[in-house]
Write a protein that binds this ligand. Structure first.
Ligand SMILES: [Zn+2]
Length: 99
């Protein structure tokens, strides 16, 4: 799938930003969603599969924030992101990358 430069989620636009280094305190991160400012940060140089998964994970945080889904916990998102991606892939619902 193609990771979009920006993603419309209801009234919000989430811009995808590639970063050399992402961290929260001592923890290195693959991705981070800044819901207040409409940014999805992605670590550069991940393989394609990891990148898709990280994007979906962070997008779910953005969706939860935008629609006030307070019960969508980190643990639930960790389950939902790969499942959702798998359903979309297995049913050929994702556009392929443009070559
Ligand atoms: Zn998360």
């Amino acid at each position: 799938m193609r990771i979009p430069k920006s993603t419309k989620v209801g009234p919000m636009i989430y811009e995808t930003i590639r970063a050399d280094h992402l961290s929260a305190g001592p923890n290195l991160l693959y991705g981070q969603c800044d819901s207040e400012n409409g940014k999805i940060y992605m670590q550069k140089c991940m393989d394609k599969k990891k990148e898709e998964l990280v994007y979906f994970h962070e997008l779910l945080h953005g969706i939860a924030h935008t629609y006030g889904i307070n019960g969508l916990s980190e643990e639930t998102i960790k389950i939902l992101a790969p499942v959702l991606l798998d359903v979309l892939e297995c049913n050929k619902m994702l556009k392929e990358d443009k070559k």
